[in-house]
Design a protein around this ligand. Structure first.
Ligand SMILES: Cc1cc2nc3c(=O)[nH]c(=O)nc-3n(C[C@H](O)[C@H](O)[C@H](O)COP(=O)(O)O)c2cc1C
Length: 168
């Protein structure tokens, strides 16, 4: 564990995925950081032994550029402005340099929705050479913009600990 480099990377417009990412990171280990797709570049991810990547499900899938643009121009009933300052997980995955570490994917979503984000995340991580180390995870929000369902942060912490164990 001492020498393992793990990074948790997220796309998050309203903060739910970022909160889950932080909970996962802190339970993998004290030096592990949760980074937005803007922060997770260059040396921050170089030679990572483990990349955990997460995003919200928007429009039944990993957010597309079109969906992000629609949200930017028409924020609807959002309780807070969307954070679109960091790139989409899609574009981050497209630019991810080849690596030799392991990976895991998660999404935040409402519980009953069809579709999901993790298949596309897993595909992108594996395309770059990061082989899956654990079953993908879903974390649930109770409304379109959140908040997270009670207990989801705790579940994220448990999953982070499981990931750390799987990497031993
Ligand atoms: C415009 C919009 C579309 C959404 N589409 C879906 C969807 O198709 N399936 C789903 O499960 N959740 C959907 N959600 C709920 C989000 O996935 C959920 O709020 C997520 O936690 C947001 O993550 P964030 O706070 O990190 O941006 C949608 C929310 C919004 C605002």
């Amino acid at each position: 564990m001492d020498t393992m480099k793990a990074v948790v990377v997220y796309e998050s417009l309203w903060g739910n995925t970022a909160a889950i990412a932080r909970a996962i990171a802190e339970s993998i280990g004290p030096e592990v950081r949760a980074l937005s797709t803007a922060e997770a570049t260059g040396t921050a991810i170089a030679d990572a032994d483990l990349i955990v990547a997460g995003a919200p499900v928007l429009g039944f899938s990993l957010p597309s550029e079109k969906m992000r643009e629609n949200i930017r121009t028409n924020p609807g009933k959002a309780p807070a402005p969307p954070n679109l300052s960091h790139p989409s997980m899609r574009s981050w995955l497209d630019a991810l340099p080849t690596g030799h570490g392991r990976s895991a994917a998660f999404e935040t979503r409402i519980w009953w929705s069809p579709g999901g984000a993790t298949s596309a995340i897993v595909r992108g991580l594996e395309r770059a050479g990061y082989r899956t180390v654990a079953k993908r995870q879903r974390f649930i929000v109770t409304g379109a913009y959140g908040p997270l369902r009670d207990g989801e942060l705790e579940r994220a912490r448990l999953w982070g600990a499981e990931l750390a164990k799987a990497m031993e």
